[in-house]
Design a protein. Structure first.
Length: 377
């Protein structure tokens, strides 16, 4: 049991009602279901799972993912890689190019603790920055060439550029060519399964000339990594990947609640994450005010949804840094001052990044507190 303002409530059957708020709740049964469901899906495909820790930034969760069978961990930031390497985890892939000298130095130190660490690149300048970091040729840093498959964010855009970078990696003894990354985050929330499959297939076709060019030059990738929670069923069934890197599947959120994640309308994952908030004011006839606003939840994906403690059709609205409101119809039963309301986060990853602790709940009891220990940069 970690520390935190709610740690003393562990085992208390009334812990849910007494929580200091706002705080993150993680329902253990749903979380464990999601952990197992993803591994079952991956094993059935014959591929591998390298889940993204940017969703949770928590060594306690990362350890459980590895113990369940993940081949490694994806990290979005050098800070995440440092923390995961410091915990003794292997198979770390940093999924965004690292070019700032200070960050490259930190990445090299993380590599000292995790010798199989790898990082993506999409430019010769990025490669030269890594090569100048003083890494030993006896323990080369893994490098994965990133390919742009329609997101227009990072990644090379021509097959000949991928070949050129892969060749250059082979020329640098302190670096080791591992493969390619092709991630299409802009497709993860396409609502209909059939529409998402068609769009993903377009990106697979876009990726194929890169793979063909690399193989023709004797540079066949060991790793072809990509995919996320919204496309993992598709990527594992028909995609060109050796592994997938979903993150949000452990939690879900309002965005993924609107997505048909599997064919036939089945729900392979359950919503396990909630923001607990407290009613602090109820002086308006159609509104109560909660203690959870901009600083408790991400704001990029619309308002939160009510999970419990109020009518499910109550409409949440942000009302400032520390405040949110719930609006009701004229005849709706309203929660009272002091009541606990739980909310489904609009977007789970940046919501987690606003908190210090996961409060793990089972049957209404607080059973553990896990620190979110890889926040920051």
């Amino acid at each position: 049991m970690a520390a935190g303002p709610n740690a003393a409530l562990a085992g208390d059957p009334g812990a849910r009602a007494r929580l200091a708020t706002p705080c993150l709740l993680l329902e253990a049964d749903a979380f464990e279901h999601n952990l197992a469901a993803m591994m079952e899906l991956v094993r059935g495909s014959g591929r591998q799972l390298r889940p993204h820790v940017k969703a949770h930034k928590c060594t306690g969760i990362a350890r459980r993912q590895l113990e369940a069978g993940a081949v490694g961990l994806c990290c979005a930031t050098v800070r995440e890689a440092e923390v995961m390497a410091g915990a003794g985890f292997r198979g770390i892939l940093v999924t965004s190019p690292v070019t700032a000298p200070a960050m490259v130095e930190r990445l090299a130190r993380a590599h000292d603790r995790a010798p199989d660490l790898a990082v993506v690149v999409d430019s010769e300048a990025g490669l030269e920055a890594l090569a100048a970091a003083g890494i030993s040729a006896e323990r080369p840093l893994g490098v994965v060439v990133e390919i742009d498959v329609g997101q227009r964010r990072t990644g090379v855009t021509r097959p000949e550029d991928a070949v050129r970078l892969a060749r250059r990696i082979l020329d640098l003894p302190q670096l080791r060519y591992r493969g390619v990354q092709a991630y299409y985050g802009h497709l993860q929330h396409v609502p209909a399964y059939a529409d998402r499959k068609a769009k993903a297939a377009e990106q697979w076709a876009r990726l194929q000339p890169f793979l063909d060019a690399l193989r023709a030059e004797g540079l066949a990738p060991e790793i072809v990594t990509g995919g996320g929670t919204g496309t993992c069923h598709l990527d594992l069934e028909d995609g060109p990947f050796t592994e997938v890197q979903p993150g949000s599947y452990l939690f879900l959120d309002r965005q993924y609640g609107a997505v048909e994640l599997a064919p036939g309308g089945t729900a392979p994952f359950r919503t396990s994450l909630a923001v607990a908030a407290r009613v602090i004011s109820a002086n308006q006839p159609d509104l109560v005010v909660l203690d959870a606003g901009f600083k408790a939840m991400a704001t990029d994906a619309g308002p939160a949804l009510v999970a419990s403690g109020a009518p499910p059709d109550a409409a949440y609205q942000f009302m400032g840094d520390e405040h949110g409101g719930l609006r009701f119809g004229a005849q709706a039963a309203r929660p009272r001052v002091g009541d606990l309301v739980t909310l489904v986060a609009p977007h789970c990853d940046p919501t987690v990044n606003l908190h210090d602790w996961f409060h793990v709940m089972r049957d209404g009891r607080l059973v553990d507190v896990w620190p979110i220990d890889a926040r920051g940069y």
